[in-house]
Ligand binder design. Structure first.
Ligand code: 3NM
Length: 238
């Protein structure tokens, strides 16, 4: 017998995925600005300074946080992720771990964000379960359609503009690329790559559900002010 109320094609999300600013915390980027190391000092990442950004961000209205940490040391990633996760969750935000399903699970994050070279989506889903968010970085329409077909909860799409934050970025997709994906994919799209406050309006108009930034906040002279301006611009636009 058919159910009286079959789920609508756009059934509610398993885990709410708030629109707005998607703030990516990357200690490598924060490290340069917040504590410039002495020229001959070993590069030490200033974890406390990065953690200290979380409360002001929550107070400013940021709801989505991703921790991005390019380190081979899972323990180092875990330590920082556990701190950030506790703060974000206590403030009612959503916390996503970049790349590492094990770290995401270990700290009880809300989700994981996977690149094209990370664990396959289906395997990540087996580990994360149905109720956690899985986002996939995509850089062209084919990858975006595949991520949707594979059961991702949202896609990152970029780089929208040139970026110097990511090593070896994919070719710039531009606003036209974003519009093309928006027309074919129903998932929330997190636009990423070189986005600053002045770009918010056209990025949202081209179909972004969220605007992801790293350097626009972490490399800003005043990260708190930068966050506030971005959040306000997104709120005024949406
Ligand atoms: N992923 P910024 S671009 C982490 O295209 C990342 O998938 C990208 O940093 C992608 O806001 C990028 O400083 C870097 O440009 C984003």
């Amino acid at each position: 017998m058919r159910p009286l109320h079959p789920p609508a094609p756009d059934a509610p999300r398993r885990v709410p995925f708030p629109a707005g600013l998607y703030l990516i915390l990357d200690p490598a980027v924060a490290g340069f600005r917040l504590h410039p190391p002495a020229p001959d000092a070993p590069r030490r990442v200033p974890f406390p300074a990065l953690v200290e950004l979380v409360k002001p961000a929550l107070a400013t209205g940021v709801r989505l946080f991703q921790l991005r940490m390019k380190t081979p040391h899972a323990g180092e990633f875990y330590d920082l992720a556990a701190q950030v996760c506790a703060l974000v969750r206590a403030g009612g935000g959503t916390f996503i771990v970049n790349d590492r399903v094990d770290v995401a699970q270990a700290v009880g994050a809300d989700g994981v964000h996977l690149g094209q070279e990370d664990l396959p989506l289906a395997d990540a889903r087996k580990i994360m379960g149905p109720d956690k968010l899985i986002g996939i970085s995509t850089h062209n329409l084919k990858q975006a359609v595949e991520a949707e077909g594979g059961g991702a909860d949202y896609i990152g799409f970029g780089p929208i503009f040139p970026t110097s934050t990511k090593e070896h970025p994919d070719p710039v997709v531009g606003l036209a690329g974003l519009r093309e994906v928006r027309a074919k994919v129903r998932l929330p799209i997190v636009a990423i790559g070189g986005i600053t406050t002045k770009d918010v309006r056209e990025v949202v108009a081209a179909g972004a559900h969220c605007v992801a930034v790293i350097s626009a906040v972490l490399a800003a002279p005043d990260p708190g002010k930068a966050m506030a301006e971005l959040v306000k611009e997104i709120e005024d636009t949406v």
